[in-house]
Ligand binder design. Structure first.
Ligand code: GTP
Ligand code: MG
Length: 193
């Protein structure tokens, strides 16, 4: 059983070369509002480690968290925040892609897909980009608590099909109920080993 991950915020930055090195790191990416910051809090069983908001586009920088046992987790700004200006979106995209391509020690990119909404074109673009660049990635569906049990089976299939995976290869989590978190913590510890 994987206990809450003990971690602390280290620093924020807008470029890889301004961040402290990490020997092993997990990055959390996904659309704006998909639940990245909430997931980091839930993994650590903390309320306000990472900044959560109803307003999309809350996370604007690369936010680095260090685990007590070694390794780190990166909270990234979300893509596709519609209300941001075109210039801002372009600069976020450069920040995210630059980070993903240049970060040494990046062991796994955890791609969050909103389980209540299903994969969007932006999610599919991100996955295609990760595959093109041969970056190791895992798809995690968030907000499992928002999917009615009568819709669950169909949605599980939709998310798998929309991300080009088998149903069993998508991990479902809820930061609200804690569903799936133990499994994800265990995977994170394995990736960081
Ligand atoms: P940006 O920083 O804007 O990219 O967003 P984010 O991906 O970090 O999302 P954030 O964690 O800030 O959460 C966005 C909204 O979704 C908040 O209102 C959260 O409370 C809500 N939320 C996150 N996870 C869950 C979940 O598992 N279940 C439910 N019901 N709501 C969630
Ligand atoms: Mg965030």
């Amino acid at each position: 059983m994987a206990r809450p991950l003990s971690m602390e915020f280290v620093t924020s930055g807008d470029r890889v070369d301004r961040l402290p090195d990490s020997e092993a790191e997990i990055a959390i990416v996904g659309r704006s509002n998909v639940g990245k910051s909430s997931l980091i809090n839930a993994l650590a069983n903390r309320k306000a480690l990472a900044r959560v908001s109803n307003t999309p586009g809350r996370t604007r920088l690369l936010n680095l968290f260090a685990l007590d046992g070694g390794g780190s987790v990166m909270d990234l700004p979300g893509y596709g925040y519609a209300k941001a200006s075109k210039e801002m979106r372009a600069s976020w995209q450069l920040m995210i892609e630059g980070y993903l391509l240049e970060r040494e020690g990046l062991e796994m990119v955890v791609v969050l897909v909103d389980g209540a909404v299903g994969p969007t074109v932006l999610d599919q673009d991100m996955l295609a980009w990760l595959r093109e660049n041969r970056l190791p990635h895992t798809v995690v569906a968030t907000k499992a608590d928002k999917v009615k049990s009568s819709h669950r089976q169909r949605r599980v299939k939709e998310v798998a099909a929309g991300t080009g995976l088998e149903s069993g290869d998508v991990l479902w989590v809820s930061s609200k109920t804690g569903a799936g978190l133990e499994r994800l913590r265990g995977l994170i510890l394995t990736w960081l080993e």
